[in-house]
Design a protein around this ligand. Structure first.
Ligand SMILES: Nc1nc2c(ncn2[C@@H]2O[C@H](COP(=O)(O)OP(=O)(O)OP(=O)(O)O)[C@@H](O)[C@H]2O)c(=O)[nH]1
Length: 217
């Protein structure tokens, strides 16, 4: 059996072209792929990280941003432990669509899902969204916030490591429902961590300022 403590599913969503695939590739393979085509449907990659001496396996699902794939990608929200909602800091329209994405999350994801807002492409000089605008949006919607550059590898590692840390803490604190005791979880138990239905009130994540992090300080 594979040696890891927890397995978490992390799903990236957001408009086409904001850099979801590049963020995943940067984190899992350490590269910035040139001239990639748009994602078709859904793709996934795995990376194991170490948190406090324990191996945490992240199953990272990269969804297609294009509208025509929406019905496929929605089905992946449900089992996500964390959802990363990405926009492009150099593209106002990708930010303007965030409320639509939030509605999708409310509708299809578990109320216990960890929600993270990411402003990507901080290396670009034609920024349209100041950092504080992203921060405020995240704060208003109880999300974590971080700015990244998949191209320059800025904050990408931090994004996923913080998610792994936070999810580990949440499992240990009993946030996710499960049959077995937290301390006894085997990987199978954790991958089957049950997520409750959507549309429940959620107050635990009123903490977005915890990892607000901009690369352009
Ligand atoms: N400058 C810059 N360009 C980036 C960055 N991340 C991605 N890109 C570019 O943005 C374009 C789209 O990147 P993708 O990763 O394919 O975007 P996506 O969100 O996965 O798009 P879909 O698969 O269509 O949903 C590509 O041309 C990338 O090279 C970044 O951090 N900085």
């Amino acid at each position: 059996m594979e040696d890891y403590k927890f397995l978490f599913k992390v799903v990236l969503i957001g408009n086409a072209g904001v850099g979801k695939t590049c963020l995943v590739r940067r984190f899992t393979q350490g590269l910035f792929p040139p001239g990639q085509g748009a994602t078709i449907g859904v793709d996934f990659m795995i990376k194991t990280v170490e948190i406090d001496g324990e191996k945490i396996k992240l199953q990272i699902w990269d969804t297609a941003g294009q509208e025509r794939f929406r019905s496929i990608t929605q089905s992946y929200y449900r089992s996500a432990h964390a959802l990363i909602l990405v926009y492009d800091i150099s593209s106002q329209p990708t930010f303007d669509c965030l409320p639509d994405w939030l509605r999708e999350i409310e509708q299809y994801a578990s109320c216990k899902v960890l929600r993270v807002l990411v402003g990507n492409k901080t290396d670009r000089e034609d920024r349209e969204l100041p950092t504080h605008v992203g921060e405020e949006f995240a704060h208003r919607h109880n999300m974590y916030f971080i700015e990244t550059s998949a191209k320059e590898a800025d904050n990408v590692e931090k994004l996923f490591i913080e998610i792994a840390k936070e999810l580990t803490q949440l499992v240990r604190s009993g946030h996710f429902d499960k049959d077995s005791k937290v301390g006894d979880l085997s990987p199978q138990d954790v991958s089957n961590v049950t997520l409750p239905p959507t549309r429940e009130p959620r107050s635990e994540f009123a903490c977005c300022s915890r990892w607000i992090s901009s690369s352009t300080t």
